[in-house]
Design a protein around this ligand. Structure first.
Ligand code: ARG
Ligand code: ZN
Length: 879
């Protein structure tokens, strides 16, 4: 059934307190719950109106064994009604206590929602609607209750560690190798923040003293074998706690903060109050097994879940349509944190790249939705890049419009008004507006408008009056008229390159607006949409960007983001010219690109190695795909590859020189994950990647393989190993033996480490080889492959769907994915529906391809049974 935002109704009766008792036995767990029910003080119903309490409960997971109200047995059909998905308690008197006992089987819970088993440990995932797979309960975020006593009981030998939210009240031994623990969480919370864990876990411990002097014990748990990989997460946690105090004045509020790493997890991590659960991929990291990107992600996700304690937990969502209230805001906060810990410019480039590759694509396809969706069938389908990443951009725009101080004032008022309650996006906007005395009613349209707005620009400089006029036009996507778009602009003097008008925020509120800059001393080059101040596509009104201006900005813009961006636009132009069959050597664009590339590559003064590296990097295939009306992924792949190889040949000697200089500079240093070391590795690996792209002749193949193999053999960290394997994985001809040798070696050296094996699968799945599909099929049959572990599944199937070879004209790639999805949907619908996203964009492709994709979608739609998640994605795709 489809649920609509407009249909929201508060509960007439609520649960204000709950006690639970879990008795965990192999193959069956008994859950006993006591619900303290009362009338919702916020709802006034006329006397005599029935006030039923609707308890959610997934009948495929729960077996109801007993039910009493105020100690009296209840009669089905009279006192309560069981319907699919719910138990309706008929008109309970206010102040009643409902007791239920259900049996569940975590061992068979392959959906990984509710209480399930991840390898040898029990854990829970309740967001969005997993709690109803544990017990009968009003499983919606506006029901906030105190979880006063949560008792866990299990075998002491197999599950020595028993955890739940809040503080430990009691623990002790019981007869026959059993033991128990009782936890209590003083903060009222919605059921989606509930968590419990039972396992044989190792841990590291530390503490953090908050600014007001509260000593908080910090404990990070994992399987005993992985404990040595928890230190970076611990350091990141302490940095997060400090940062939230410094930047927002927000302190942690319990005496204990626990984090548990689990192997099988559908998403990145979960902010359960006082007991975060993490996908191992986002918490475990060390030099031998994690890349720099992994370290970066660990820090970001640790921050993200920590920041949720205020933006999500203390103030939560009234209903799931408001998801971006906590997710957009918390992503924004984790981005700012990462920017402060590392490099702001690098961070911004990475976040915008991700937004363009994923969110723009989502907005251009059938899953397009506003950051606050209007309806859903399965809420799990709406944990999207739009809600998260575009949501974060909307929050960033508040800060751009109100300034850092104004934004902070708004945050303070938001917490002052709403701490301890479940609220809406409108409440957030009102706090921002009221704290700053501004009208944000037009800005609110961002919450209801889907799609990526297009902003076009044109400009002119009037010599006699020394005036510069910039005209901006927005293509309105909103039915309620134009959006309020902050456009950050700076003007650079054409001759001196000096920033004559520093970054200014223009308020684009009308469909078309002209902004004038006066008293200039000469002609200028505008730098528009600095820092990517709004999630829009910026285009030249004339249809053609002034490449001279772009080259100028790529060399001299004082805004790090736009400097990078100008270079990317030049690369993009060149790649599309090649795709259109133009001879690149005859093009002016090629000259601009060469000039910018050579200057950047040979800039030995800049210590901002990551920025240098990103300036040399070509736009990704998915970013390029977003820029054309009809996508031919193979043609994009070929043209991009062609430009890459041309640059590699043109700059072969410079690339090799830079590669060697970096090798020398890095050889003595110890391993560090600071911005400089990461940047050096990144730049050196990009040089290798360009050099390895030259392999037309057998001699070149031998040279490329030797370079990458040597890179691998001398690597002292996972980042460099992965970079080398990435190059080798696509080698053929004379490079094939080195490829096979290092693939095998990487596998052996992984020694069964799950996260390293994921890399081994995904690098091979993304390789550029003619028989790639056969290879992927062989990997699917590999003993280490399983569809049951989401990380493993994504590392092969998800990675292959990103390979341009997935779009092979034969349609074999599409067929393969559909077959996998048929197998996966009955096991884990959240993951199957995610992967089905690779087929729903069929309208973006040429007719033949589109038809092949659609055919597979149609087959999927006939799947019986089909999960709600899959049904929703496939139906949207076929509409
Ligand atoms: N709230 C979690 C986070 O942002 C994500 C949980 C999503 N879970 C899901 N089943 N859709 O970190
Ligand atoms: Zn989140």
């Amino acid at each position: 059934v489809e649920i609509f935002r407009k249909d929201y109704q508060p509960l007439p009766m609520i649960v204000s307190k709950i006690n639970m008792d879990f008795s965990i036995h192999e193959g069956k767990t008994m859950v006993h719950s006591e619900l303290y029910i009362e009338g919702n003080p916020a709802v006034n119903l006329a006397d005599g109106t029935d006030k039923d309490l609707v308890l959610d409960g997934d009948e495929t997971a729960l077996k109801l064994l007993s039910i009493t109200l105020n100690e009296k047995e209840l009669e089905q059909g009279k006192d309560y009604i069981l319907e699919p998905g719910k138990l309706i308690l008929k008109n309970p008197p206010p102040k009643s206590v409902l007791k239920t006992t259900v049996e569940i089987v975590p061992e068979e819970n392959t959906q990984l929602s509710g209480l399930y088993k991840s390898d040898s440990m029990y854990c829970t995932q309740c967001e969005a609607m997993g709690f109803r797979r544990i017990t009968y309960y009003p499983d919606r975020p506006d029901n906030m209750a105190v979880f006063e006593r949560v008792r866990l009981e299990a075998s002491k030998k197999d599950y020595p560690v028993l955890l739940a939210n809040g503080n430990l009240l009691e623990e002790g031994d019981l007869d026959g190798d059993r033991h128990f623990a009782v936890w209590s969480d003083p903060f009222p919370k919605p059921s989606y923040l509930f968590c419990c864990v039972a396992g044989n876990l190792g841990k590291i411990a530390d503490s953090f003293t908050t600014s007001s002097g509260r000593k908080v014990d910090l404990q990070l748990f994992s399987e005993p074998d992985n404990v040595h990989k928890l230190q970076y997460a611990m350091d990141s946690l302490k940095r997060s706690m400090k940062w939230d105090e410094d930047v927002y004045g927000l302190e942690y509020d319990l005496d204990l903060y626990n984090i548990v790493a689990v192997n099988s997890f559908n998403m990145g991590a979960m902010e359960n109050k006082g007991l975060n659960v993490f996908n191992t991929a986002y918490v475990l990291a060390d030099q031998a097994t994690a890349t720099d990107t992994d370290f970066e992600r660990v820090e970001g996700v640790i921050g993200h879940e920590y920041f949720h304690n205020w933006t999500g937990n203390r103030v939560t969502c009234r209903d799931w349509f408001q998801l971006t209230l906590k997710e957009g805001l918390t992503v924004f906060r984790d981005q700012e944190f990462s920017g402060d810990m590392n490099s702001k410019a690098v961070n911004r480039i990475e976040n915008v790249q991700a937004l363009r590759a994923r969110q723009f694509a989502e907005d251009a396809g059938p899953m397009s939705h506003p950051i606050r969706p209007e309806s859903y069938i399965s809420m799990d389908n709406f944990y999207t890049s739009t809600v998260y990443n575009k949501g974060a951009e909307i929050i960033r725009m508040y800060q751009t419009l109100l300034g850092k101080d104004g934004f902070r004032k708004g945050m303070d008022l938001y917490f002052e008004r709403h701490d301890g309650s479940a609220v809406t996006c409108d409440d957030f906007l009102a706090a921002m507006a009221d704290a700053n005395g501004v009208d944000l009613s037009q800005f609110s349209l961002w919450y209801s408008t889907p799609g990526t707005p297009v902003v076009s620009y044109s400009y002119e400089y009037d010599q006699p009056s020394k005036k510069f006029k910039l005209t901006l036009t927005q293509e309105s996507k909103s039915e309620s008229g134009p959006l309020h778009i902050p456009i950050s602009v700076g003007l650079l003097d054409k001759n001196t390159g000096e920033d004559v008008v520093p970054t200014t925020v223009l308020d684009l509120k009308k469909e078309k607006q002209t902004f004038e800059f006066e008293n200039l001393s000469g002609d200028v080059v505008p730098s528009i949409l600095r820092q990517f101040s709004a999630p829009v596509k910026l285009v030249a009104a004339s249809g053609e960007q002034d490449e001279e201006a772009l080259a100028f900005l790529a060399a001299r813009d004082t805004d790090g983001f736009n400097k990078w961006e100008a270079g990317q636009v030049l690369f993009t132009n060149l790649i599309f010219q090649v795709m259109d069959g133009k001879d690149k050597t005859a093009s002016k664009t090629w000259d601009f690109v060469k000039e910018a590339f050579g200057r950047t590559l040979n800039d030995y003064d800049s210590k901002d190695y990551s920025i240098v590296a990103y300036a040399l990097n070509l736009p990704t295939e998915s970013t390029l795909a977003e820029l054309v009306d009809v996508v031919d992924p193979i043609a994009i792949h070929k043209s991009r590859g062609h430009v890459k190889r041309s640059l590699a040949r043109e700059f072969h000697d410079d690339l090799l020189k830079r590669y060697k200089a970096l090798t020398d500079a890095m050889s003595s240093g110890e391993f560090k994950v600071d911005a400089e070391s990461i940047g050096q590795r990144r730049l050196r690996n990009i040089c290798m990647d360009y050099l390895c792209s030259i392999r037309e002749t057998p001699q070149e193949q031998i040279a490329a393989a030797a370079l990458a193999k040597n890179h691998y053999e001398s690597a002292t960290c996972m980042t460099d190993k992965v970079a080398a394997l990435n190059c080798l994985a696509s080698m053929d001809g004379e490079g094939a033996s080195a490829r096979d040798e290092i693939i095998k070696r990487f596998y052996d050296e992984a020694e069964g480490d799950a996260l390293v094996l994921n890399k081994w699968f995904s690098i091979q799945a993304m390789a550029d080889l003619p028989d790639i599909l056969d290879r992927v099929k062989a990997l699917k049959a590999h003993p280490d492959f399983t569809l049951k572990n989401p990380n493993r599944c994504r590392s092969l199937v998800g990675a292959f769907s990103m390979n341009s070879a997935f779009h092979d004209e034969s349609g074999a790639g599409y067929r393969f994915i559909r077959e996998v999805l048929e197998e996966l949907d009955p096991l884990n619908p959240q993951i199957s529906s995610r992967l089905a996203g690779s087929l729903i964009t069929w309208k973006k492709y040429d007719e033949e391809r589109g038809l092949l994709m659609k055919t597979e979608l149609e087959k999927l739609s006939k799947l019986k049974p089909i999960s709600d998640d899959m049904f929703e994605i496939v139906s949207r795709g076929l509409k």
